[in-house]
Design a protein. Sequence first.
Length: 607
Amino acid sequence: MLFSPLSCALGLSLLPLLLFQCPAHACPARCECSVPTRSVSCHRRRLAQVPEGIPIETRALDLSKNRLRIVTPQNFSSLLLLEELDLSNNLLSSVETGSFRAQPRLRSLRLRSNQLTLLPRGALAGLSELTLLDVSQNRLVILLDYGFEEQRRLRVLELSDNELVFIAPRAFSGLASLRSLTLQRCNLSTVPTHALAHLHGLTSLRLRDLGIVELQAHTFKGLPRLKHLEVDRWPLLEGFPTAALQGLNLSTLSITHTNLTSVPVVTHLLYLTHLNLSYSRIRVLPAGWLRGMDRLEVVRVRQSNLLSVEPQAFQGASSLRLLDLCYNRLSTLERSVFHASEALQTLLIGQNPLVCDCRLRWLLVRTPPLLYGDVQPECSAPAPLAGKPLRDLVEPKISRYVICTKPRVVSMATYPAQAEEGQRAWLYCSADGAPPPSVSWLTPHRRHITTKSTGRMVVHTNGSLEFRMAEPQDSGMYVCVASNPAGNATLSITVAVKSSGIRDRALYANRSFLFDSDYNSSLINGTEEYTIRVVLDFTTILVSTAMGCLSFLGVVLFCFLLLFAWSRGKGKHRGSVDIQYVPRKRKGANSELTETSGPRRVNMKMI
């Protein structure tokens, strides 16, 4: 019989299919085989061991949700073409060294949800083509040095939900191609900085559900390509040091579900486009905290008990298009907080107790209108607008109700009526207006004191000015300044501080310097610094010197008394001692005289 070239070519092309279906390579009885995809599925078959008879041409093998307890080199020795292996949801407690050495083409290995406590060195030997490794939801306690040294093409590593307490400094050595790493629900007490430093190609790092209390400076050093950093559910984290993010070029930063009370410093992250600080305890977004971040597009501070957003808080964020401030305690959001409100497209401020007055008027008349998302913002005040969505406010309601009234200083008082030097004193200023005005003070020396000022004089939230330690130079005229968006109102009051005597003034001199930071104040990186003035007079120096001398003399006298008591305790002693000695011979003329003179006696009186 003769065969044409076409029939020969057709026969050769069908040869792999025939081999995959022939009895010698039949599909295991409790598994399902797919000829087109070269895959075998033994999913959820209650298998206690790897079944025999798996076709040698298999490229994808699913053994998940069975009862396998151990992996040995013999289990897959014939599957040389295997590319994907799923051993998830078994009872594996051990992976022997060299178990996958016969699978040089393996690209995906899933060991999720097993009982592995250790990956010994060599357990992944031979897997040089591996790109995905999932060992999450196991019982791994430690990652040893060089455990992944042959996985130079690994791109995704899942380590979540283990009992990790330590990651060796060179545990990730060799993972030059790793792009994504997840550490979640582990027992780590610190971020493994030295281990992460080997991941030079890492672009995404997710650190979730960790009990870490604080971050150290340069925690993420050695990660020049990191673009996405997620810190989620760290309930003990209260501070985020400035230097913790030094050296990074992030485009996405998410710090959520933490105990942070202030915003972290991110102004050095010039390429940041997305920032998420939701679910924290941040109360205020300060002015200038995003200065110079002209690439930032999305900011989320959702459900964080946020009370206020200061003017110019988003100064510099000229590309901001979405701002999410839902589920906070904001009463307003003024236009002055933005660098350029024209770029803003979506403003999510639902579930906030908004006071619909002149401060929100810009939202109502803006063209084109902003998008508010699914949770529509509503007015909580004034009474005629309570419960009404912002989108429903139109003229004439805007002109009638969305207004502000100029503040008015109602009353002022001092307590006590006559302030005395060295004592506490208060100035009270009561003002009204819509919205309620903020109160600040001008001193006789033209110093402006606000609620942010520190030192010997402080302004409380109720507008009162407290003198923690009154001094004669505090006497003079003080001006109460009440301010709101509608304008200012002022009223002055005169204070006279009664001077104490010279003796009393010396007692207060050292106490007053503790609060004396009114001078040489400066603002550096948003932090107020003060130069403390120490006040010491002649009387104080004299008293200090006398106390030092008396202390020294007292100690010397005490030592002499101890010596006297010790000597008396030794009992009676001889009043004198006789010492007899023979003088040395002298060479010369008088030598004979010396020899005949005899011994000499000396009497010594003992004291």
